[in-house]
Design a protein. Structure first.
Length: 258
């Protein structure tokens, strides 16, 4: 089974790119972030025509997450991260598909830091850590994936010295990510490629993609029940080079059948 995550950076404006990639890569399950579309503007017909069912949580102009599947029915579990009923940002959606529990997330960027946006990021992270513990307590195959807006280590960014004051790389952010990982989650890409330079995002400015001046901020976290099922993983880096594409590239893993 092939599962992918992709911050599409505008599902309608970049729909041709998304459909081209779906046709080329043919993942069984896809988690999307940054739909930037209200609930009623999600391009369901085009997604269905591409062979996928979908659930989504939209928001006008900002945020938005979705899960697509062409292998097994999508049974929605929740469409908000627990812990703050007043948080109306569409940043999390969770579903059961084909024996997997999948949480698709778009963690806040947090810039400028320090400030209210950074405080919101850290508070959201605390809620994710709490929910992550609850998910692991289920003792079943769970995937947390999406745009975490976290650069875990200096190895995950081009010229880390330029990012020391950025919310994606500040010590508080990396510490929160490590607290989450310490629960027992496995970083799928790093498990298979511990010593390789891997980026998933390249800014639109300063020819970042051409210079490979990237970041690794899109992650696949796997519960221990999936340790022995992980077969392969990668980044469809070339998609970032397409015309009118997102500043992220799709990331994917393959799992052996249970």
């Amino acid at each position: 089974m092939k599962i992918a995550t992709y911050n599409v950076n505008g599902v309608n404006g970049r729909l041709p790119v998304l459909l081209r990639w779906l046709h080329e890569s043919a993942p069984d399950i896809v988690c999307l972030q940054e739909l930037k579309a209200p609930q009623e503007k999600f391009p369901l017909e085009a997604i269905n025509d591409a062979g996928y069912e979908a659930i989504w949580h939209g928001q006008k102009s900002w945020n938005g997450v979705a899960i697509l599947s062409k292998k097994g029915q999508i049974a929605e579990v929740r469409r908000a991260l627990p812990g703050d009923p007043d948080d109306v940002h569409s940043r999390y959606i969770e579903a059961r598909i084909n024996g997997l529990l999948i949480g698709c997330l778009y963690l806040p960027n947090g810039n400028p830091a320090p400030g209210p946006k950074f405080d919101y990021k850290l508070n959201w992270f605390k809620r994710l850590i709490q929910h992550g513990q609850e998910l692991l307590a289920l003792k079943e195959p769970v995937i947390l994936t999406g745009d975490f807006n976290v650069i875990p280590t200096e190895f995950d960014v081009y010229k880390p010295e330029r990012w020391v004051d950025d919310a994606l790389f500040r010590p508080e952010t990396r510490s929160a990510f490590q607290d989450l990982m310490a629960q027992g989650w496995g970083d799928a890409l790093r498990k298979l490629y511990p010593n390789e330079q891997i980026y998933t995002f390249w800014d639109y400015f300063r020819n970042a993609y051409g210079r490979n001046a990237g970041l690794r901020i899109d992650h696949f976290l796997l519960s221990p029940q999936l340790d022995n099922r992980l077969q392969s993983a990668g980044v469809d880096r070339h998609v970032r080079g397409w015309e009118k594409t997102s500043d992220h590239a799709p990331v994917w893993i393959t799992l052996a059948d249970q």
